[in-house]
Design a protein around this ligand. Structure first.
Ligand code: HEM
Length: 471
């Protein structure tokens, strides 16, 4: 208790932001979690914003924390480098990721890995490969959906499709036994992300670490095969087809096989759940807003007919040029807050916009409050994709993908995958969504998995050069 008090004792010369540190040890964690589980997750933040302002002190998840619901303060924190702030995750998450994970490393190594991955995810070659693969998997999956009799769970369906795309893009594997093995092990692995930080045989964390080891072994085997193949090509540098290729072709000498294989698993964490959720939430919001659904359908039908008249396949820039579909995705990101906020830890005393953040304290940059702030977004709780017609998505008031040095490198890919799914979904089916609720903690998800009843549209047979699905 004495140490805890010493750590949080204010320096009279540099007053801390207003706020309460709550109960000893527990702080305000219970209030935060119970608000997060309730139908009004922002109530915790809103009450304190009224009492103390947009930046306040608290004590959540075991650390004294400055909470920022101010877009400019959050931007400053995210743009600062590791001399001021480093990532901070619950102990169980850091244990599972390991110290060489891209989500935890800092400095030149983080910039190198981030730069390589980001450039590959932006490359036309990958986008075109993902467009072909994603359409193949989406069409194959939609072709098996039964008409109206049984509801389809959008959350599960999209998880299955997106996992296949992710593994192909990261490791180069096609569906098969190894993909199934990775899927089973990954489920076991992520089950431990929010567990108690105790790791001896039988505990949740231990089981998750074992699952990661098994995945890493498979990835190492794939790396060895790729290296052998590269050697046999005697110096001809092959094109990178997946993230492993990109990292093993790097010539800086900073990236060991251990680092690469560990990171392949860690890279799945931010991607595996968030894209399926983006699609699932978009379906939920569209189901509740017939006007938006109609406009989205018209835009996509127009594209489909135009491409079919020209006997052309859909390419990634076709999807990215669907302006209303992109606005639907943007509005879903704003309202859905798939990642509500990000934790950083101050490695030195920092002052920003007159707010003092002491060394050793965490900062919780809470985007959710900014995205739902009525001073920034009119009628913030309503789904209104038309608001983005005039608005700038790169403003600091809109940060679903974070910002600064760790800005999500997968953001274009996430939008591309979501538009491909929505395109095929609305052009192939009419559908009715059943009642479901958003759960916001520990991660955002739909309580029932977003059930929808679908009816196939007349003549909605899908055709492309690579696959023909019979309706
Ligand atoms: C809707 C989908 C997604 C959302 C909302 C999202 C959100 C975010 C956010 C907020 C961060 C910043 C974390 C921080 O600052 O500590 C982040 C980082 C990251 N994301 Fe995404 N993400 C999405 C999809 C993806 C995809 C598809 C991939 C890759 C395949 C991906 C890979 C990453 C990686 C590797 C980082 C860490 C970057 C670093 O620390 O250098 N994400 N994401």
């Amino acid at each position: 208790l004495h140490l805890a008090r010493l750590r949080t004792r204010p320096d009279p010369a540099r007053p801390l932001p207003l706020g309460s540190l709550g109960w000893p040890f527990l702080g305000e964690t219970i209030e935060f979690i119970s608000a997060a589980y309730s139908p009004h997750p922002e109530s915790f933040m809103n009450r304190r914003r009224l009492l103390y302002g947009n930046v306040f002190k608290s004590h959540i998840f075991g650390s004294p924390t400055i909470v920022s619901t101010d877009a400019e303060v959050s931007r400053f924190v995210l743009q600062s480098d590791a001399h001021a702030f480093v990532p901070s995750y619950p102990k169980s998450v850091s244990e599972l990721m390991g110290e060489s994970s891209i989500l935890l490393i800092n400095g030149s190594l983080q910039r190198r890995v981030h730069g390589l991955i980001g450039a590959f995810f932006k490359s036309p070659q990958l986008k075109s490969q993902i467009t072909t693969d994603m359409q193949f998997y989406v069409r194959r999956s939609l072709a098996t959906w039964p008409d109206t009799t049984q509801p389809i769970l959008i959350q599960n369906q999209t998880k299955h499709i997106v996992f296949q795309i992710l593994i192909k893009g990261l490791i180069g594997l096609d569906p098969g036994d190894e993909m199934d093995f990775l899927k089973t092990q990954f489920q076991e692995f992520i089950a431990g992300l929010m567990s108690l930080p105790v790791k001896f045989p039988g505990t949740r964390l231990y089981k998750s670490l074992q699952a990661k080891k098994r995945m890493v072994m498979l990835v190492k085997k794939i790396i060895e095969e790729k290296r052998r193949r590269n050697e046999s090509r005697r110096g001809i540098r092959p094109n990178s087809k997946d993230v492993i290729d990109v990292l093993i072709n790097d010539t800086s000498g900073q990236l060991s096989d251990d680092l690469i294989s560990d990171n392949m698993i860690d890279l799945m964490i931010p991607a595996e759940d968030s894209v399926p959720l983006l699609v699932t939430l978009a379906v939920k919001y569209l189901g509740e807003c017939p006007l938006a659904l109609r406009q989205l359908e018209e835009e996509n039908m127009e594209l489909k007919e135009r491409k079919s008249q020209q006997s052309q396949d859909l390419e990634w820039n076709d999807f990215m040029s669907l302006s209303f579909t992109q606005d639907v995705i943007t509005e879903t990101l704003r309202l859905g807050n798939i990642i509500g906020g990000i934790m950083r830890k101050a490695v030195k005393d920092v002052e920003v916009k007159g707010h003092f953040i002491p060394k050793g304290w965490c900062v919780f940059t809470y985007f959710r409050s900014v995205h739902l702030d009525e001073a920034i977004y009119e009628d913030p709780l309503s789904f209104n994709p038309w608001r983005w017609k005039e608005k700038d998505v790169s403003a600091c008031n809109f940060t679903p993908f974070g910002g600064g040095q760790r800005l999500c490198p997968g953001l274009d890919l996430a939008r591309l995958e979501a538009s491909i799914f929505l395109h095929h979904f609305v052009t192939s089916f009419t559908w009715v969504a059943e009642e479901d609720q958003v759960v916001n903690f520990p991660t955002v998800r739909m309580k029932r998995g977003m059930p929808v009843r679908v009816t196939r549209k007349q003549g909605a047979c899908e055709r492309s050069s690579s696959i023909r699905v019979e309706c």
